[in-house]
Design a protein around this ligand. Structure first.
Ligand code: PBG
Length: 331
């Protein structure tokens, strides 16, 4: 086959001009592919910067509504809310998670009323509410209890759904929680509330700045390896996804993001369902640090990493760069 190679074939031909690159691009990135995580804090007219996440702040409920409007105006379909619970409301059992007047519920219903066009994703896990920083209830040896935690998570999910959450996102990694939450949502009449399962969530070193932002980092005793996944494992991620889908998850998430794109790809190919990834706080901080150090162009790093998620098979990405990226994409 003498014609099957150079110079008859020059892959550079289709790369030579911008119009041609646009025509053959296999992957697209738009604001519709972004979910914007936002941190909520007490008070009025408060913007409290997060030291380890330059450019990210915690917002009081009144200001979070402005952020949701900003998302809508930028074409970002959904925001994800996380609370910085005041220290005095954290407890061994995390009871504040079940208070229908807690920060999350107030932020959710304020956005639901003011900006009904935007989806609201709410995390289900106890770490922003517990005095020990774990995602669940612990026994006297400090081990996180699965079944007892699940009962609380079900109640937490109902409280959030009643406040107006569009997507319940269990991030706790307890076994069986998706099925239990789905059953409770159905029984309570929330037939259209989605579940996005943090299906493959790894015990990762990339969550540090997030724990600062929600105020749980300094509290955490030990680590989360007894419930979050071992970064060594991929087959186990497929089992997690299979179970969460069977239990009634609408969509699944892989977390962290960029170092785990192999998992995204395998999940997408195996299950053919919408897959999301969370470009987590440590990943955001690394891009910001690289840009600040002059090691790379911030805007280019942001858009390239987000495109990589799409190429790997993601329907969308949770990213703290969402608003910035949406502005770049609309420019
Ligand atoms: C808590 C939760 C975490 C994140 C999202 N939900 C932290 C953790 O599991 O310790 C991390 C997000 C990020 O790092 O940006 N269940």
């Amino acid at each position: 086959m003498s014609h099957a190679s150079y110079p008859h074939i020059r892959l550079r031909r289709t790369r030579a001009a911008a119009w041609s690159r646009a025509m053959v691009a296999e992957t697209t990135l738009s604001p519709a592919n972004l979910i914007w995580p936002l941190f909520v804090t007490e008070g009025q007219q408060v913007e409290a910067p997060v030291a380890t996440l330059p450019g990210v702040s915690r917002w009081s409920v009144d200001r979070i509504v402005d952020k949701a409007r900003e998302a809508r105006d930028l074409g970002i379909p959904c925001v994800a809310l996380f609370p910085n619970t005041p220290p005095g409301l954290r407890s061994i059992g995390g009871e504040e998670a079940l208070n229908p007047g807690n920060l999350m519920c107030r932020a959710t219903s304020a956005i639901r009323d003011a900006v009904p066009e935007v989806g609201i994703l709410t995390d289900v896990a106890l770490d922003p509410y517990t005095a020990h920083g774990h995602d669940g209830l612990i026994d006297d040896q400090g081990r996180v209890l699965n079944d007892a935690t699940m009962e609380v998570l079900v109640k937490q999910a109902l409280v959030l759904a009643r406040a107006g959450a569009s997507i319940i996102a269990p991030s706790d990694m307890m076994d069986g929680r998706v099925g239990a939450i789905r059953g409770a949502l159905e029984a309570d009449g929330h037939h259209d509330v989605q579940i996005m399962a943090y299906a493959a969530k790894y015990a990762s070193a990339f969550y540090g700045p997030f724990r600062d932002a929600v105020g749980s980092g300094g509290l955490l005793k030990g680590d989360k390896r007894g419930y979050q996944m071992d970064p060594a494992n991929a087959e186990e991620a497929l089992r997690e996804v299979a179970l969460d889908l069977a239990e009634g998850a609408d969509t699944v998430m892989v977390k962290p993001g960029l170092p785990y794109l192999d998992i995204v790809r395998r999940v997408k190919e195996r299950f053919e369902v919408p897959v999301f990834a969370y470009q987590v706080s440590g990943e955001y901080a690394m891009i910001e640090a690289a840009a600040a150090a002059g090691a790379g162009d911030r805007d280019a790093l942001v858009l390239e990493t987000l495109l990589a998620f799409r190429r790997a098979g993601c329907s969308g990405v949770l990213t703290y760069h969402a608003a910035h990226a949406a502005r770049l994409l609309r420019a």
